[in-house]
Write a protein that binds this ligand. Structure first.
Ligand SMILES: Cc1ncc(COP(=O)(O)O)c(C=O)c1O
Length: 382
């Protein structure tokens, strides 16, 4: 029987009963670049830390177990994970990608992958006919659900059906929900991406990224690629990520509880013209989320009535930080137009509905009454 996710955040079953490392509860930081060999042709199992390091490996096993994958690779950032994943493709390959994605992913595809000969079709996977975009050279479908920042929800199982029918890989960036709320591999995806900087690390103090797969052949290719391209996560950052993961469940639950309170409160404010949170029953993806996820997360996107009000809010918040990122214990507010999505061509931003009065809130684990109290004061004086 599979253990519960909170238990899997804390304990790696395969290492139990072993008293290596003096029985230390915390997996040590093996801060080493290289490893001495017992004899020619022999190895301790580790040769050089770019290939593998015990601390990174331990973290990778924990993340693989959380996502239900056979392998997870820990990288220096989320975008390093996506960059490595793109090395699975070659010039002339075509990918169908969700049109509303984290701006850094769009920038990578537009400026690096296209230069390397990869073609893209940008499709709103939550409401367009994805199958009609499949071509002879299509190799994969790449999505986020919910998307960043417009919180569009795609039915992962249905898309996996289309992917399987056409022999395509389904790749899901699961950053917004974390493995605590959603496991795309279990719904038919082949590869899961995480910015570990967000909920997995959880403390706004460390950058990291993950690629998880349940496919032996993909795992082998990725292991070759991480060795060859070299963006593996450092031992110290691996330790920080593993420490963050221990409290993933309670952080996600608490942040979600706060998000519900804030979404309901925001809806009642005069200056707020739109609140997009999949936990609200009126969100078009609410029912799909109920089916494929165990929660709705803690990301809220909302529109104010004017750009001036949006800017005034960003400049007046104090406890809530005007900062780029998400998924940490502290509540952050982001302005996609000049921050996360600044490099996204205007026509794509407009198509996705991102305006200059759109704000994105990553709800943290403070007392919700204090978050509301701060916004109440700010709304009164803008
Ligand atoms: C959904 C999503 N994927 C990937 C990334 C990139 O991760 P990182 O900033 O760790 O490189 C981000 C960053 O905000 C993100 O929001």
């Amino acid at each position: 029987m599979e253990r519960g996710i909170n238990t899997r955040c804390l304990h790696l079953e395969e290492t139990e009963g072993k008293t290596d490392n003096y029985g230390a509860l915390t997996f040590p930081i093996y801060q080493t670049a290289t490893y001495a060999h017992p004899a020619v042709g022999q190895s301790t199992g580790y040769d050089y830390s770019r290939l593998q390091n015990p601390t990174r490996e331990h973290l990778e096993k924990v993340v693989a177990s959380l996502e239900g994958g056979i392998d997870a690779l820990a990288l220096s950032t989320g975008i390093a994970a996506i960059t490595l994943m793109m090395e699975l493709f070659k010039p002339g390959d075509h990918l169908i990608v969700e049109s509303d994605l984290y701006g850094g992913s769009i920038r990578l595809f537009n400026n690096v992958s296209e230069k390397n000969g990869i073609e893209f079709s940008r499709v709103a996977c939550s409401n367009e006919d994805v199958e009609s975009h499949v071509k002879d050279n299509t190799k994969a479908i790449y999505i986020e659900t919910p998307t960043n920042p417009m919180m569009n929800v795609t039915d992962i199982g249905a898309l996996a059906g289309i992917a399987k029918k056409h022999g395509l890989l389904l790749i899901v960036d699961n950053t917004f929900l974390s493995p605590y709320f959603q496991n795309p591999l279990k719904l038919g995806a082949d590869i899961v991406i995480h910015s570990g900087t967000k909920y997995l690390g959880g403390h706004n103090d460390t950058l990291a990224g993950f690629i998880v797969t349940n496919n032996e052949e993909i795992s082998e290719k990725l292991r070759f690629l991480i060795k060859t391209t070299g963006a593996g996560l450092s031992p110290f950052d691996s330790f920080l990520l593993e420490r963050g993961i221990k409290t993933l469940g309670i952080r996600m639950e608490r942040a979600q509880e706060n998000a519900f309170a804030l979404a309901e409160w925001l809806k009642k404010q005069d200056v707020v013209t739109k609140v997009i949170y999949p936990g609200l029953p009126e969100h078009p993806g609410h029912e799909i989320m109920k089916k494929q996820a165990r929660g709705f997360g803690a990301m809220i996107t909302f529109d104010l009535d004017t750009k001036e009000h949006a800017i005034a809010l960003l400049e007046k918040v104090r406890m809530i930080k005007f900062a780029e990122s998400l998924g940490g214990v502290e509540t952050l507010i982001t302005y996609p137009t000049t921050q996360t999505h600044a490099d996204v061509p205007v026509e794509i931003r407009e198509k996705n509905g991102i305006t200059d009065s759109t704000l994105r809130l990553s709800v943290g684990i403070e007392d919700s009454k204090d978050l509301i109290a701060e916004l109440e004061v700010v709304f009164k004086c803008i």
